[in-house]
Design a protein around this ligand. Structure first.
Ligand code: NAD
Length: 372
């Protein structure tokens, strides 16, 4: 199979869909690889690094899309990229179709087979191609929160770990899933006094067993959350209710109960945010103040550490990409229901029920679609 990787063109996207390491694996499996010139630059991979492992470097995205049997990317294809897709071609990337009717319509019209990273599931029903980006965002959250807390940035001027004789920052993490766990680990590693809130008791038990007092856990009742937030120097929002917008867990009125200059880091901003006063910001202009409380609400946090994010995403996507290439997409999906769950569009039909419901478009079951 010929696997192609174009340069990402969405603004501020520095990741690349195929690392030289992943390309080398595909070549070792007997496949051919082409990448667009400069595709890896934003993540620190030169064209020569791709040439060195035997991949072809081509001048334009047009050439990648025209020649590749499977196009591997990071972000959803932009309109100009969608126009290059063709019937029978496989597209493997993040799609996030539910809020995006234009993209959905274009993918259906293209006749291509579009597999979305974010809906691929593993045996336990988890989302293995989303988890690496949650790990990155979780580990980054205390780092950006610590920066936000610095006086020059409008923060309280509190050091995460304190110093001998002066206590550490109090950090509250709301949501103890992938993001929350990584955030708690890093914050506690920086020496902060950390409490993780979750509404799932089994999850709190698991965290308690796994981390043995490295951070405290608490049930996420409204009253307990308000109590902890009022004492906090930093609050990290890391909740997720699958398929729904994030619940608003801190109201604007509650900001006045908080310490002036405290930092709110809303990682759940990509699902609408879990603080009433959150609005999405960018890496260029990441923080703003409301009622004396500093907010950090960057919706694509992994982009700040593009190289780590590219490598982490590549590690997760590689086994799936190899199976799609080795077996062909149809046999690979017949052999793995979790990969089949990634099929969003095939040969002019939408094949994801959640997207169909959101956009009121008819859906064909993925297992039927791949038999057609
Ligand atoms: N901003 C970014 O760049 C970025 C990157 C990755 C992930 N995210 C977002 O981070 C959020 C968390 O993702 P995740 O992978 O950790 O999800 P996850 O499913 O692993 O964890 C979510 C946790 O939230 C808990 N929860 C739900 N409602 C709660 C409530 N009211 N109070 C306390 N806990 C509650 C759940 O029990 C679960 O343990 C998601 O919104 C995700 O989209 C953002």
């Amino acid at each position: 199979m010929l696997i192609g990787c174009p340069k990402e063109i969405k603004p501020q996207e520095y990741r690349v869909g195929l690392t030289p390491h992943a390309a080398a694996e595909a070549i070792a499996h007997g496949h051919d690889v082409i990448v667009e010139m400069g595709a890896g630059e934003g993540s620190g991979f030169t064209d020569d690094a791709y040439r060195a492992i035997g991949a072809g470097v081509v001048d334009t995205a047009d050439e990648v899309f025209a020649r590749a049997d499977m196009v591997v990317k990071v972000k959803e294809p932009q309109a100009v990229e969608r126009a290059k897709l063709r019937e029978g071609q496989v597209l493997f990337t993040y799609l996030h179709l539910a809020p995006d009717p234009d993209q959905t319509r274009d993918l259906i019209d293209s006749g291509a087979t579009a597999i979305a990273y974010e809906t691929v599931t593993d045996r336990d029903g988890r989302l293995p191609l989303l988890a690496p980006m949650s790990e990155v965002a979780g580990k980054l959250a205390p780092q950006v929160g610590a920066w936000t807390l610095q006086k020059a940035n409008g923060g309280r001027g509190v050091l995460m770990g304190g110093v001998p004789g002066v206590g550490p920052a109090k950090v509250v993490v709301i949501g103890g899933g992938v993001v929350g766990t990584q955030a708690a680990r890093v914050a506690s590693g920086m020496g902060a006094d950390v409490t993780v809130l979750d509404m799932s008791l089994p999850r709190l038990r698991q965290l308690d067993d796994m981390f043995r007092g490295e951070f405290k856990t608490s049930y996420s009742s409204k009253a307990r959350t308000a109590e902890l937030v009022a004492e906090a120097d930093m609050v990290i929002g890391a909740v997720l209710i699958p398929g729904a917008a994030a619940p608003k867990l801190i109201s604007r009125a509650e900001l006045s109960e908080m310490k002036p200059g405290a930092a709110l880091v809303d990682v759940a901003i990509d699902q609408g945010g879990c603080f009433e006063t959150s609005k999405a910001t960018t890496h260029q202009d990441p923080i703003y103040e409301v009622d004396g409380i500093m907010h950090y609400c960057v919706a694509n946090m992994p982009g700040a550490v593009a190289r780590t994010s590219t490598l982490a995403l590549g590690n997760a996507t590689l086994p799936y990409m190899l199976r799609l290439a080795d077996l062909g997409w149809r046999a690979a999906m017949e052999a793995d229901e979790g990969l089949l769950a990634g099929l969003n569009v095939h040969a002019g039909k939408l094949t994801n029920y959640a997207v169909g419901r959101a956009l009121e478009i008819d859906v064909v079951s993925p297992s039927l679609a791949i038999k057609a």
